[in-house]
Design a protein around this ligand. Structure first.
Ligand code: HEC
Length: 104
């Protein structure tokens, strides 16, 4: 009985760690940051909610490294002033919602 409880406990404790280990950022934190600092310009330029930019057939980003690079680039260009942890959160949000790159 105790063994089973311990097994269940370790699953409950370890699962979120395993999932979040895929990317360092937190998508739930990335979402509002992206709304606040990034969406406005993308909406103005690409219409709709701006997300077409991430789903269009000829999108620029093709790898997760490319995504990190583009998020950093846009942050610098736009002077959004986000720190590296906030950028990680946005990368996690964009990957979970749009790009969906997979990791082994
Ligand atoms: C001042 C306007 C502006 C702001 C603010 C801005 N971007 Fe962008 N972003 C662009 C433009 C323009 C492109 C398209 C570049 C291209 O296609 O050559 C782009 C493209 C991108 C792409 C690549 C899309 C693809 O094709 O796969 C990502 C990712 C991205 N932006 C993330 C962000 C993030 C994250 C922020 C907030 C930190 C942000 N952007 C803020 C203008 C902006």
């Amino acid at each position: 009985m105790i063994t089973i409880r311990l097994a269940l406990l370790s699953i409950a404790v370890l699962l979120p760690i395993a999932v979040s280990a895929l990317l360092p950022g937190d998508p739930q934190n990335g979402y509002p940051l992206h709304q606040l600092k990034c969406s406005g310009c993308h909406v103005a330029l690409f219409g709709g909610d701006g997300s077409k930019l991430y789903t269009r057939a000829d999108r620029r980003v093709q790898t997760v490294e490319g995504l990190m690079g583009m998020v950093t680039f846009c942050n610098d260009q736009a002077g959004a002033g986000l720190n590296e942890f906030e950028l990680d959160d946005i990368v996690a949000y964009l990957n979970e919602s749009f790009y969906r790159f997979e990791f082994d």
